[in-house]
Design a protein around this ligand. Structure first.
Ligand code: SF4
Ligand code: SF4
Length: 64
């Protein structure tokens, strides 16, 4: 049976303005812009460095 893990990266899309700073800064290419809002492309490649959390000007991103 497949176990789907809950994503540990949360993006507050209401506050995201699509600046792409997170996707540019992430060393592991976790994010992708979809409809001018940042989305998680692949959470499995995240190393939990939290560079994205630090760089987002709108405090949209939480990494647990
Ligand atoms: S914590 Fe690091 S690796 Fe994970 S999404 Fe943010 S910048 Fe990328
Ligand atoms: S850095 Fe923040 S505001 Fe900019 S695209 Fe990423 S989540 Fe959205």
């Amino acid at each position: 049976e497949e176990v789907v893990e809950e994503c540990h990266i949360d993006i507050n899309t209401d506050d995201c303005d699509g600046c792409e700073k997170c996707s540019i800064a992430c060393p592991n290419n976790v994010f992708i812009l979809v409809d001018e809002v940042s989305s998680v492309r692949d959470a499995q490649v995240c190393k939990r460095c939290r560079v994205c959390v630090a760089i987002c000007p709108n405090d949209c991103i939480t990494v647990n």
